[in-house]
Design a protein around this ligand. Structure first.
Ligand code: AMP
Length: 408
């Protein structure tokens, strides 16, 4: 092989940078469990039709970004570009009746022009609450994502909120919007002129046309009675839960299936290209679009790549509590100590056998463990030497004091 680099637009996520990824995945598990979401794992590939029908033929994802191929059996297969359509498919396949709350994490695939925070294989965490029409489900999903980002210490997170209305409200609104856009066709960018034909609402999202669109008719100003009262309820519930949000009437999402609630988590302190950490909304028509019965639902998805960028290395905690160094002839004792400490819950490591003490200290340094435990002749008196790596100070302590000393 001429090069060991991963394919264009993909990454190897390796230590020590991957420590932040591990922290994100753990935090996600913690919060998903606290909010009552079970674990869901679905295949990374699905029948192409699922995304064509589920995500929507007019979305950019389906039009331009899918990794689609024919498998050995002549089936058209697509690497999943997102997790919601697979979740709804899994719900319909499982035979479950009634509410279903599930959370997932894993790789997604989109053929994009790669840049920082925009990858061809990227990672999402997500949660979906199926078979619920209650605005409380929308509010809880939004709160889940907000608490998760808050716990990770991501600075400057803003929740942007909108309502896209019910499918029944849409034809009337789209007529108004289309007319408005037609009148300004010459002032729109080339992309927007194209998008306008396929899905006029998506034009609202165009950054290049933003100044012009400031006065465009918005879906939230044309809500039917039911969608309007649902939107009011979501806002009230978020306020009661103490989740701050800003209303963003021009927020529409990239995928076609959203109805009513749409939201995004924006990192206001990041560069423009990667500010959208995640988002989601309600998709009451999705299950029917993929050929199932009506199953209303609401969900969120967030990109781990961007969350890690937004954390900006703030979570650079040591991956180890201690590193153990064995002086000559003390290897057996040192390894016994490592086993015992691991059983007690400590994160501990030790170098390969037969390395000099100097080489072991070098490994200890590289590991970034805050403490090195040196097993020497004082072991026979039930003692070891502990060295604080930050300032090089050391002292001798009783073996039984170690766990206390490591604050386990
Ligand atoms: P979406 O499924 O398009 O609503 O995206 C949800 C979140 O996934 C976005 O806010 C990003 O954080 C992340 N995301 C989407 N596409 C990419 C990509 N190509 N590379 C990295 N992250 C992405």
């Amino acid at each position: 092989m001429a090069s060991f680099a991963p394919p264009k637009g993909t990454d190897d996520i390796v230590p020590p940078a991957s420590a932040a990824w591990r922290a994100v995945l753990r935090e996600w598990d913690t919060w998903a469990e606290r909010f009552g979401f079970g674990l869901l794992m679905t295949p990374v590939f699905e029948a192409t039709e699922l995304f064509a029908r589920g995500v929507g033929e007019s979305s950019e994802v389906v039009r331009k970004q899918m990794y689609t191929f024919e498998d050995g059996g002549g089936r058209s297969i697509t690497l999943r570009p997102e997790g919601t359509a697979p979740t709804v498919r899994a719900y319909l396949a499982s035979g479950v009746q009634g509410a279903w709350k599930v959370a997932y994490s894993g790789p997604m695939f989109r053929y994009e022009r790669p840049q920082k925070g925009r990858r061809r294989q990227f990672y999402q965490v997500g949660a979906e609450h199926l078979d619920s029409e209650d605005p409380a489900a929308d509010a809880a999903i939004i709160e889940l994502g907000y608490r998760f980002l808050e716990a990770l210490g991501v600075p400057g997170v803003e929740v942007q909120l909108n309502s896209l209305g019910d499918p029944e409200d849409r034809p009337a609104y789209l007529t108004i919007l289309r007319t408005w856009l037609e009148e300004r066709r010459d002032e729109l960018c080339e992309d927007s002129r194209q998008t306008m034909e396929l899905n006029p609402m998506r034009v609202l999202d165009c950054k290049a046309c933003a100044p012009l669109l400031a006065d465009a008719p918005t879906p939230v100003a044309h809500l039917g009675e039911d969608a309007a009262s649902a939107y009011a309820a979501v806002k009230e519930l978020l306020t009661e839960a103490g989740v701050p949000f800003v209303e963003e009437p021009r927020l529409v999402r990239g995928l076609d299936y959203y109805t009513r609630t749409a939201f995004e988590y924006v990192a206001t302190e990041l560069d423009a290209a990667q500010t959208a950490l995640g988002g989601g909304g309600r998709y009451d028509g999705l299950a029917e679009a993929i050929g199932g019965r009506r199953v209303p639902g609401v969900g969120l998805a967030m990109g781990i790549d961007r969350i890690v960028l937004a954390m900006g290395g703030t979570q650079a905690t040591s991956p180890l509590d201690a590193f153990v160094v064995a002086t000559p002839g003390r290897d057996r004792h040192a390894r016994g100590l490592v086993s015992r400490l691991r059983l007690e819950g400590a994160r501990v490591d030790i170098a390969d056998r037969g390395r000099s003490v100097k080489a072991q200290f070098k490994a200890a340094d590289r590991s970034a463990a805050p403490v090195t435990l040196v097993v020497g002749d004082e072991w026979d008196q039930g003692e070891i030497t502990v060295r604080r790596m930050a300032d090089g100070t050391q002292e001798t302590i009783g073996i039984e004091e170690i766990t206390q000393w490591l604050e386990l």
